[in-house]
Design a protein around this ligand. Structure first.
Ligand code: ARG
Length: 461
């Protein structure tokens, strides 16, 4: 046990208490951010004349040495220390002596951990943004390639009206685009620096908090020291945004699992992204999509956990807040892993276009268009609805699609039908007549694709 405190205590900490209290097993994950924050703090202390230039140089060299030694495996972070902050400070003192003892001037672990967590999550938000960008790029590529790939659009998982694969995938493009915007928004709101808030009530040293904030790439310092050390809102927002990403990935995974099933055969997942069965030789399972769907629960769990942890905490810092880390780390790693694998799976997946089109044709997805045909020829919509209803019933009895009936058969049901009905109910016409922006018609989709291409080319962060 190597502790940063002890003067006030007459007894050693009980070992079980020490273990229960320690966070080094997980907060070592942000050693880079902890050292980066300390470097900025030291530069600010020297600028303000609180440390000499020489002390600053010594401390910076020492911190740099710790950083590279940990990175290259020459220095192990061990459980001898309570947390990553104690480890860095104690190692610094061990290496450079007296000057190292001045690192923690005008700082508390409370504002330090608040900073570290912000720096860590900020980096991870940027990494997730990158992964979302790659996913969007993959989706847009599929959209560009499949403007004429007809498939049934569903409501209630019942075939409804024909759409295209481009249009269906485009729905997910919008979802993941909003996810990206949400992350950007969180990034903006959280980007204020808590360092200099001390334990809860600021410090008596003449710190330049604006300077530290600038050094660390923040938009400015936080404005209330009690809030600074006890704010975990941004983590809750992030977990919520990540839960939404997972919900979207999970919905898409569910569709891919259905599409990949023997009954549908709309897609074939690549061998590299499938697994086999230990007993049934014929099996090729969509495990990646199932795991993504399954892991959604972990991320939702993290959100509920932190909301619950935070709900009864009085101001300012309380140790409960240490519980933010493991769940957030796990959620971030889960989301990043799922995004990367999902994109890989999509990029290698084969779309069985003929099966999709055949399914759209066999499911009366053109029934609404057949009704519209009658309306365009003077029949009232309610009557047209009834006529096409009986037409569909007739088709089911005959085991035929609407367009497979002869004009004679059609005319028996309504004399309004003429030769041009066949063109009016073809998949191509049904889709491409839908030209308002947002609809699946080719013209509308081309406009949307141009907008989304331009969006993806914008520089973020
Ligand atoms: N490990 C602690 C955490 O994660 C660091 C802050 C400790 N502060 C304290 N007053 N004990 O929250």
């Amino acid at each position: 046990m190597a502790q940063l405190w002890g003067g006030r205590f007459t007894k050693e900490t009980n070992q079980l208490v020490y273990n229960f209290n320690a966070s080094i097993s997980f907060d070592q994950k942000f050693y880079v951010q902890d050292i980066t924050g300390s470097m900025a703090h030291v530069k600010m202390l020297a600028k303000q004349g609180i440390l000499t230039e020489e002390e600053k140089e010594q401390i910076l060299d020492g911190l740099e040495g710790i950083l590279t030694d940990v990175q290259f495996g020459k220095l192990q972070i061990t459980s001898e220390y309570e947390d990553i902050h104690s480890f860095v400070e104690a190692t610094l003192i061990e290496r450079i002596g007296e000057a190292g003892k001045k690192l923690h001037t005008g700082r508390s672990r409370n504002d330090q951990v608040a900073l570290d967590m912000k720096l860590y999550t900020r980096d991870e938000i940027e990494a997730m943004d990158e992964l979302l960008h790659e996913l969007l790029d993959a989706l847009l590529h599929i959209m560009e390639e499949n403007l004429d790939t007809y498939m049934p659009g569903f409501t209630h998982l019942q075939k409804a009206q024909p759409v295209t694969l481009a249009h269906h995938v485009g729905a997910y493009f919008e979802m993941f685009k909003r996810d990206r915007l949400r992350l950007k928004d969180i990034h903006k709101r959280m980007n204020l620096c808590p360092l200099g808030s001390g334990a809860l009530a600021g410090t008596t040293y003449p710190l330049d908090r604006e300077y530290t904030a600038t050094l660390l790439g923040f938009d400015g310092p936080t404005l209330n020291s009690m809030d600074s050390v006890s704010d975990r809102d941004y983590l809750i927002e992030l977990l919520s945004a990540m839960s939404t990403i997972m919900m979207h990935l999970s919905r898409f995974s569910e569709e891919i699992i259905i599409w990949n099933s023997n009954e549908y055969q709309f897609v074939e997942i690549d061998d590299a992204y499938s697994t086999g069965s230990s007993i049934m030789p014929q099996k090729k399972n969509p495990d990646i999509a199932e795991l993504v769907r399954g892991k959604t629960g972990r991320v939702y769990g993290a959100l509920m956990s932190l909301l619950t942890t935070m709900k009864g905490i009085p101001l300012a810092y309380n140790k409960d807040m240490q519980e933010d880390k493991e769940f957030v780390f796990d959620a971030i790693d889960t989301v990043k892993g799922c995004l990367a694998l999902f994109t890989g799976m999509l990029n290698t997946m084969k779309f069985k276009k003929e099966n999709m089109a055949a399914s759209a044709m066999n499911g009366f997805t053109n029934a609404t268009d057949a009704a519209d045909y009658l309306v365009n020829h003077g029949v009232a919509f309610r009557d047209a609805h009834g006529i096409i209803g009986s037409l569909v019933l007739y088709c089911i009895e005959q085991d035929k699609a609407i367009e497979e009936l002869s004009l004679e058969e059609l005319k028996k049901i309504s004399s309004v039908f003429e030769e041009d009905i066949y063109d009016a109910v073809s998949l191509e016409t049904c889709v491409n007549k839908r030209v308002t922006i947002g609809a699946p018609g080719k013209e509308a989709m081309e406009q949307v694709i141009a907008i989304e291409r331009a969006y993806l080319q914008e520089e973020e962060y």
